[in-house]
Design a protein around this ligand. Structure first.
Ligand code: NAP
Length: 528
């Protein structure tokens, strides 16, 4: 049952006076439950409790932490249809998407449980002493990753499950040994509360300290600002707009003790359609790209917002085919009237820019909050002159840029802001003959795709989801897959520490049987 209250640790709490409701974009009306925004006192209580919990949680054995993560996954599954119904009522997304995202969320939690249970993720590194070394003896040094402390996770509007309450950042932070305080996204507060209740139950069942998790409601920026400024908070995970992510990054940098902010923000995901691709497969690519641009009403950070080609009859034919294919797709409901409104405004503004023509758009009648797709086209020189054409329009929208030649195309790519992904459509031979273009694109992105579409983010260790700013504030550790655990840890070296007082991961006998770097060699052997 949804209470509309905050979880401060395992206690439901509603001290604040500000209330709000979520919105059903399909029915175009408010949902019934009333949510109480967290008060300043509740924010402070959540951080204090997390700080207390950290003292115990950071020392919880790996197997118990793994059980906690598995129990969260079990409790989310046990929410069953109640969760799916609330998710759909707060997003307008279909049941299939809700179930798919739940599967991804549960899979992420289980992957972190496995990682933590195995244990080698701490990257233990041991350099044994050489007392006989001349001219000076070498000390014994042993290093491993340790958790940062309480982490704040901002729920994302476009992924109510996989990037929100028990999403990738939360799972990674728990796995690392960090308590989590979630700033629930106001558009899906009910989904957030249900998932929060699952985490609280899992924490109680597996004996985790009270305060290992809190969930705070908010309909404005105050709760998030207070959390990021609180000295007890040691890191922040965020997915959303460049404006929001940058504001939080700046706040965190201005603190007496600056903390890391991993913000995943906007991206237009440039695609380069090389002449061979347009000669040989333009209809196929036009159909695939019409599908990718409109997937989930374009509400994905990997949506292909810019497609580049070189002026030719083949490019003209591709634009025509893409325009026709786009018109065939039935529009779907967007997440919220605000997101829909931003989309309509962005789409209309860009379509009215100098030199722009419309390649294709859906012009049929639609219900409220449905996102009607559009593809526009512009020359390379007009694109270069006009920075507003370089910005993300969040929704089913894309620009085909007609470049005069490869020099202009490569120059434009080099001038783009940082991106999550970049795509090359072409032949194997093209990869050899376009090395400057490919190197330039590689310098702007976190993932480079060959002959595919950027939407569809596989969750696995080799996925990089994060790119140079402003795609991310720090692209070294992405938001997807087990390596994101590195966001929430720091290395700690022990020098000349007696074996019995070392953490298990660094003891001579290697009781955890983990993989370690001992005197430069990777091994699971004990040190004798
Ligand atoms: P958002 O406006 O960036 O908000 C995300 C979260 O951050 C919300 O919980 C919001 O709090 C908080 N926030 C925003 N600005 C803040 C600030 N200055 N200080 C403290 N907290 C702040 O994103 P959104 O609401 O999810 O969607 C709005 C737009 O973001 C979309 O139209 C889209 O353009 C973009 N977006 C992009 C991606 C992507 O993957 N590229 C994903 C999602 C959204 P409150 O809502 O409580 O104010």
């Amino acid at each position: 049952m949804i209470t509309g209250k905050n979880y401060i640790g395992s206690n439901l709490s509603a001290e604040g006076t500000t209330t709000y409701k979520t919105f059903n974009p399909l029915l175009n009306l408010e949902n019934e439950p009333v949510y109480k925004e967290a008060s300043s006192h509740e924010v402070a209580k959540a951080v204090d409790l997390a700080t207390q919990a950290f003292k115990e949680f950071r020392r919880v054995e790996a197997t118990r932490k793994a059980s906690f993560l598995d129990a969260i996954a079990d409790e989310i599954v046990a929410l069953d249809d109640a969760l799916i119904q609330v998710y759909c009522s707060e997003t307008g997304l279909p049941e299939g998407r809700a179930k798919g995202e739940r599967g991804r969320t549960v899979g992420q939690l289980r992957a972190f449980a496995e990682l933590v249970g195995e244990g080698s993720w701490v990257e233990a590194s041991i350099d044994t002493a050489q007392p006989e070394r001349t001219p000076s003896p070498k000390v014994d040094l042993r290093k491993m990753s340790v958790p940062l402390g309480p982490i704040v996770v901002f729920g994302a509007s476009n992924f109510p499950l996989a990037y929100s309450t028990a999403g990738g950042d939360t799972a990674a932070a728990f796995a690392a040994g960090c308590p989590v305080i979630v700033k629930s996204h106001p558009m899906h507060a009910g989904t957030g509360e249900l998932v929060a209740s699952a985490i609280v139950r899992a924490a109680e069942k597996t004996g985790m300290p009270n305060g290992v998790f809190s969930n705070l409601n908010s309909s404005g920026i105050e709760v998030g600002v207070q959390l990021v400024q609180h000295p007890g908070v040691k890191g922040v995970g965020f997915t959303g707009s460049i404006r929001g992510g940058r504001a939080l990054f700046d706040l965190a940098s201005q603190r007496a003790e600056p903390i890391p902010v991993f913000a995943e923000m906007g991206s237009v995901n440039p695609v380069v359609a090389l002449p061979s691709a347009l000669q040989e497969k333009r209809t196929e690519w036009a159909e695939q790209y019409a599908g990718s641009i409109t997937l989930g009403a374009g509400q994905f950070c990997t949506n292909p917002g810019l497609i580049f080609g070189i002026e030719s009859s083949a490019l003209d034919a591709f634009i025509k085919a893409l325009g026709s294919a786009i018109e065939e797709v039935a529009p779907i409901c967007m997440l919220h009237p605000t997101i829909h409104g931003n989309f309509e405004k962005g789409k209309t503004t860009l379509a009215a820019q100098e030199g722009v023509t419309v390649a294709g758009s859906y012009s049929g009648a639609v219900a409220a909050n449905f996102g009607t797709q559009k593809v526009i086209t512009v020359s390379g020189s007009d694109f270069l002159k006009n920075p507003s054409l370089h910005k993300e329009v969040f929704g089913p929208f894309s620009i085909v840029v007609r470049c005069a030649d490869m020099k202009e195309l490569t120059g434009i790519i080099g001038n783009l802001e940082g991106q999550l992904t970049g795509t090359i459509l072409g032949s194997n031979e093209d990869l050899e003959s376009n090395d400057i273009l490919i190197e330039t694109l590689q310098g702007r992105v976190g993932r480079i795709i060959f002959n595919g579409v950027p939407t569809g983010v596989e969750v696995c260790p080799s996925m990089q989801h994060g790119g140079p700013y402003p795609a991310s504030t720090d692209s070294r550790f992405g938001a997807v897959g087990i390596h994101s655990i590195k966001r929430w840890v720091r290395p700690l070296s022990y020098q000349n520490w007696p074996d019995h007082a070392l953490p298990e991961a660094l003891k001579n006998s290697n009781p955890l049987k983990i993989s370690r770097l001992v005197n430069g060699k990777s091994t699971k052997n004990a040190i004798v």
